[in-house]
Ligand binder design. Structure first.
Ligand SMILES: Cc1ncc(COP(=O)(O)O)c(C=O)c1O
Length: 388
């Protein structure tokens, strides 16, 4: 291989971006042989039938490019799922696009909306893929911190942040990393603001089925004023325990979908064909599978939280997602970035420091743990944490 000529350098378009903390902590957990409760993926497999369907489609020749918007049978299954779970009509031809992961959909949606100088509002702690996409389009990211106590959104602050350059608001519910959810009253406030100021909305709903304690997920697609101006991103990886399949979909009205697809066709062009075919088969055969997830994950959350009741960590059980924040303010005043590394090396348990998802580091002291783990891992993890 030829090394780059001496003196060659590249003026970075993302000078402040480092390798994502999810990869960093997973690598450190592997290096130290620590229990990896950091990165958000299950340590169990997706359903056998789904995995068998993938093998079948690979062997049956489903191995060439899919249509750019996704294979039609899958888009039809997605439309049926939207109808079943939210009572929403979405046209598979003009409103549903299958993508290689929700991250790609979010990137394409942001790229489609943001012109140089436009502002986009995000809420901290903010999932780390949003701001780089805004920056690469020449946009400016306006950060609003969620409430320290409950990770709620102060809509009056949103109102006062909106100006004539504001083009986009990005929401994420259920929320990574806090586990908070947006409720009907939040979506109604957003609907009024977005309509009044003619804003687009990117709604990251990858944890849509992970909402606990009998509460329901509120999707932007259920609110007419939001439906007409939103890109909603979903992930099969989270719903079917197959994060490595990196397949998801974006639902947006036809005019927005046209622009999303213009970007998508030159970023990825398509998602993987046999994966799409397998997902379509599975969704047709098991339409109730997503409905089982709330109970499945709530049991894991409850096990994790109950076992920590007598620990020194502060625990407020998450209303959604497969993440649990633990408040360590009674234990240490170290920065979470240092503590997460130290616990991985010294205690053998890896977590995610959430201050990295803020523009201005928060006063609170929290580490994020992923409870999408087998029972024995949750037991081992809580045993370690109770000794701290
Ligand atoms: C909030 C949020 N959005 C998007 C994604 C990425 O989803 P996908 O793997 O489908 O790209 C994740 C994955 O962890 C996430 O937590």
């Amino acid at each position: 291989m030829t090394a780059p000529a001496a003196g060659i350098s590249l003026h970075s378009k993302l000078p402040d971006v480092a390798t994502t903390i999810f990869s960093v902590m997973s690598a450190l957990a592997n290096e130290c042989g620590a229990l990896n409760m950091s990165q958000g993926f299950p340590d169990y497999d997706g359903p056998d039938v789904l995995r068998e369907a993938l093998g079948r489609h690979v062997m049956a020749g489903g191995n060439q490019y899919a249509p750019m918007a996704g294979v039609l049978v899958l888009r039809e299954q997605i439309a049926a799922k939207l109808q079943r779970y939210y009572g929403i009509e979405a046209n598979p031809d003009t409103e549903i696009t299958v993508v290689p992961g929700a991250t790609e959909a979010i990137y394409c949606a942001i790229t489609a909306c943001i012109q140089p100088g436009d502002e986009a509002i995000v809420f901290d702690p903010c999932y780390d893929s949003y701001e780089p996409a805004i920056t690469l389009s020449g946009g400016i990211t306006r950060h609003i911190a969620m409430g320290e106590a409950d990770f709620g959104i102060d809509w009056d602050e949103v109102k006062s942040t909106i100006n004539e350059r504001t083009r986009l608001i990005i929401i994420n519910s259920p929320h990574n990393p806090s586990g908070a959810i947006l409720r009907d009253s939040d979506l109604r406030r957003l609907e009024v603001l977005a309509t009044q100021h003619n804003l687009y909305v990117v709604s990251d709903e990858v944890y849509e089925h992970l909402v606990f304690d009998g509460e329901q997920h509120c999707s932007v697609l259920q609110y007419p004023g939001l439906r007409e101006r939103s890109f909603a991103a979903f992930s099969f990886g989270k719903t079917f325990h197959v994060t490595g399949w990196k397949t998801g979909y974006c639902v947006a009205p036809p005019v927005l979908t046209v622009e999303l697809r213009k970007v998508h066709q030159f970023v990825a062009f398509v998602a993987v064909t046999p994966v799409q075919l397998a997902l379509a088969d599975f969704m047709m055969a098991e339409p109730n599978f997503p409905a089982s997830l709330a109970e499945f994950y709530q049991a894991k959350r409850d096990l994790f939280c109950k076992r920590l009741v007598n620990s020194r960590f502060g625990v407020r059980p998450s209303p959604g997602t497969f993440f649990q924040l633990l408040d360590y303010s009674q234990i240490s005043d170290e920065m979470d970035t240092e503590l997460a590394v130290r616990y991985t090396r010294e205690r053998g348990i890896a977590s995610i420091p959430i201050s990295l998802f803020y523009q201005v580091p928060p006063a609170g002291r929290h580490l994020r743990f992923c409870f999408a783990k087998r029972e024995e891992v949750l037991l081992k993890g809580t045993e370690i944490l109770c000794k701290i």
